[in-house]
Design a protein around this ligand. Structure first.
Ligand code: ZN
Ligand code: ZN
Length: 391
């Protein structure tokens, strides 16, 4: 799907979708990926007649993009304040209550809009603060690292526990393609990992719908499938960091975010592999270990689940008694997941990590998460089914 037509195409298709779920309206007014994105951002702010805006970034994302945006704001006489979120004791910038208060302290009554300059974490902070103060926020992604830019969910750590709040989407997105191209390679690999994770998340969604009646939307699923397919097709160009590849990756991530947005929940993009990743993340938080990129974790956890799902449900002969009547359908769902080796080779191609060990995750933690991670979310995945019905 082309970025320019994405919103109107999805909205049009949503009108005809017969899934029975109420679809959210997309309230994003405009999206740009290109080398004039920041000029367009400034023009948008002027057009909206915002008197004063607050830029939320961190030291790194400010250097990568904030500085350039700041000079354009100065040139166009856009009044703005800058809030650089400070890292925690581990050196990580995290979306927790401390960062949120830091941002809130700068969010004076005369601020008309928030400009989120950064990756997922900065967006989560901006999104949450914007929703709580009813101020619109504008998304400026600084890396093609995650699919959450255009979705509603803001995962926030409160007292050491991660909780996802359904908040608001940005009202506009402006991504400078050169900023994305120059982002650290591991962030691009993480974005690709977050896309590959859709193989297992879509399988889990289909499975949960089939056997437990999880709400399902054919349209959201196919939008996500298409984004995934487009992204895998461009793997060579993504691996070499070419404009065409990075452009396709950010477009796929945006598209996946919109699929979640219209459905209103994260089902299309988050299954058992995300639950494993959340479990690992909480363990790291509790042990005060520096965090690992979200997309790096879900890339690795997708490989693990691709292998296990095929073992557990892959052939009609080993399908458990409770699923016997739906054996063929379950087998077809699992068949759609590429082999673990294939996922691994794709991730290797973009220089992404492929094993828990590379992420500093012990085999003990992996084993424990395979038994307990499904408890983190009330969602019917194959990971949950295995633990509840087959262990
Ligand atoms: Zn994700
Ligand atoms: Zn639908």
């Amino acid at each position: 799907m082309k970025l320019e037509e994405m919103i109107s195409e999805i909205e049009l298709a949503a009108k005809d979708c017969e899934c029975g779920n109420a679809h959210n309206k997309i309230t994003i007014e405009t999206m740009t990926v290109g080398d004039d994105a920041f000029e367009k951002c400034a023009a948008f702010i002027v057009m909206k007649k915002y008197k004063r805006v607050l830029m939320i970034a961190d030291v790194r994302t400010y250097a990568a993009a904030g500085e350039k945006l700041h000079s354009i704001f100065v040139e166009k006489e856009i009044e703005h304040a800058i809030c650089l979120i400070e890292p925690n004791v581990n050196g990580d910038v995290v979306a927790d209550e401390v960062s949120i208060v830091q941002a809130m302290l700068e969010l004076d009554a005369d601020v008309d809009a928030i400009i989120a300059v950064g990756s997922g974490t900065i967006h989560d902070i901006a999104r949450f603060c914007g929703a709580k103060t009813s101020k619109p926020f504008i998304s400026i992604p600084t890396a093609a690292s995650v699919d959450g830019f255009t979705s509603l969910g803001a995962p926030i750590i409160v007292r050491g526990m991660k909780k996802t709040f359904q908040t608001v989407s940005p009202i506009a997105l402006f991504a400078d393609i050169n900023v994305l191209i120059n982002a650290p390679k591991e962030m691009t690999a993480a974005g690709f990992g977050d896309m590959l994770a859709k193989f297992t998340s879509l399988a889990d969604w289909n499975f949960g719908h089939l056997h437990a009646g999880e709400p399902f939307c054919r349209l959201s699923a196919s939008i996500t499938e298409e984004a995934l397919r487009d992204c895998v097709e461009k793997i060579e160009q993504i691996a070499t960091g070419e404009e065409e590849g990075i452009g396709s990756l950010i477009t796929a991530l945006i598209q996946s975010g919109l699929a979640m947005l219209i459905f209103g929940q994260s089902h299309p993009a988050s299954g058992g592999e995300h639950h494993l990743s959340h479990y690992w993340e909480m363990e790291f938080l509790q042990k005060n270990q520096p965090q690992v990129l979200h997309g790096a974790k879900v890339g690795v956890s997708s490989i693990i689940l691709a292998k296990l799902y095929k073992q557990w449900f892959g052939s009609e002969s080993n399908i458990p008694e409770g699923l016997k009547e739906r054996a063929a359908k379950v087998a077809a769902i699992v068949e759609n997941i590429p082999d673990a080796d294939r996922l691994k080779s794709w991730l290797e191609k973009v220089s992404g990590p492929t094993t828990p060990l590379e992420l500093g995750i012990s085999s003990e933690l992996v084993e424990r998460s395979l038994k307990e991670a499904y408890l983190l979310r009330d969602r019917s995945t194959m990971l949950k089914y295995f633990n509840v019905e087959m262990r």
